[in-house]
Write a protein that binds this ligand. Structure first.
Ligand code: DAH
Length: 364
């Protein structure tokens, strides 16, 4: 008994397809191409193998098992080849990922939007410290919570001296294990001059040191805040004179406001220096104009802006720190960072620097 036309047509169809699917799958370069090649065979309407399988409808019942087995065997070959190629492509892709360079380090970076920046007080602090570092000073830290001794006594403030009224501050109770007050009074430092005592007591001359940080006082008005920042500087060596001090301060003024900026020293009193002086810097806000200062609010029409205190370190202070005042001398200076920042940026009230309103801070 010979096979029906339908069965013969199936045999012919399968023979025509032959092994062509293998080369089609092998030619597919990626998963999408492979799936497209598979659809050419098995797509619902137009797939070449689908069309052969549709002939099964016309195969007589007695020939169906044999014809069905042939078609199924073919389909399984196609499926196995498809899966093999799929695994091969996935393996190749993984190998490429593992061996490729993960990042192109030569691409330009993406700058995040809305990046923060230093607070104007800290920016000013860093710029000021840079000026002194360039002049050869070491930068050291100092504690904000300090012994009365280092803040006042060893700096030669006599007990109950009126100058300590000027710098009235916040006292800290230090208790022993039993809860009783310990010996030695502790306070929030009123100035950075405490670093003079700490450094001079622990180092041997020569030394040139600056220190910046927060200080605390009772004052509170448009130009004063109970917490503000200072920079302290001092030099101890043999043969140190007031001329050296003036030279360093002149260099500092020029570093701050440019070459040719003038300074002047006026005699003043601070317990820990002798002689002591206050230093004014020539007003940079009006001195370049027509010479009339009638409207300058920064220098109040004087042409000078007071910025710091300084002097030759008192021999008693050197002595308190174990430095021989007959052999060594020194000079010291100290000033408020906020004041410099306010002059630099034309800020009218110190409060603006501490309220931290983003609309204000964004201007720097
Ligand atoms: N400590 C002083 C103050 O806060 C400032 C000062 C004046 C510092 C004279 C010094 C100095 O080192 O020599 O008012």
């Amino acid at each position: 008994m010979s096979d029906s036309d339908a069965t013969l047509a199936i045999d012919r169809g399968l023979a025509e397809l032959g092994d062509s699917f293998r080369s089609a799958f092998a030619a597919a370069a990626d998963e999408q191409a492979l799936r497209d090649a598979q659809a050419e065979l098995l797509g619902k309407k137009k797939g070449a193998l689908t069309r052969v399988m549709a002939l099964m409808r016309d195969v007589p019942a007695e020939e169906r098992p044999a014809a069905g087995a042939k078609v199924n065997a073919f389909k399984e070959k196609v499926e196995a080849a498809f899966q093999a190629r799929l695994r091969e492509l996935a393996g190749a892709q993984r190998a490429a990922e593992l061996t490729a360079r993960p990042y192109d380090l030569s691409l330009p970076g993406r700058v995040p939007e809305g990046r923060g920046h230093l607070h104007p007080v800290l920016k000013t602090r860093d710029d000021l410290l840079t000026i002194f570092r360039d002049l050869g000073f070491d930068v050291v830290p100092g504690p904000e919570v300090e012994l009365e001794e280092n803040n006042f006594t060893k700096l030669a403030f006599p007990p109950d001296h009126p100058a300590t009224d000027m710098q009235d501050t916040f006292w800290v109770d230090v208790l022993d294990a039993e809860g009783k007050p310990k010996d030695g009074r502790v306070l929030l430092r009123t100035h950075t001059s405490n670093t003079q005592i700490r450094v001079m007591s622990s180092k041997k001359p020569p030394m040139a040191v600056v220190s910046a940080g927060a200080v605390y006082r009772r004052d509170d008005d448009l130009t004063h805040s109970p917490m503000f920042h200072q920079i302290e500087g001092f030099v101890v060596d043999e043969d140190v004179s007031m001329a050296d001090l003036r030279g360093v301060l002149a260099a500092f003024a020029e570093g701050l406001y440019g070459a040719g900026t003038k300074i002047r020293l006026r005699p003043s009193y601070f317990p820990f220096v002798e002689p002591g002086a206050e230093v004014d810097i020539a007003c940079v806000f009006c001195s370049e104009s027509d010479g009339t200062r009638a409207s300058c609010r920064v220098c109040k029409q004087t042409g000078w802006v007071e910025v710091l205190g300084c002097g030759m370190i008192h021999p008693d202070v050197l002595d308190h720190c174990g430095i021989d005042p007959t052999r060594y001398g020194g000079y010291a200076f100290g000033f408020g960072i906020e004041r410099i920042a306010m002059l630099r940026y034309g800020i009218p009230s110190i409060k603006l620097l501490f309220e931290n309103d983003p609309r204000f801070l964004a201007q720097f």
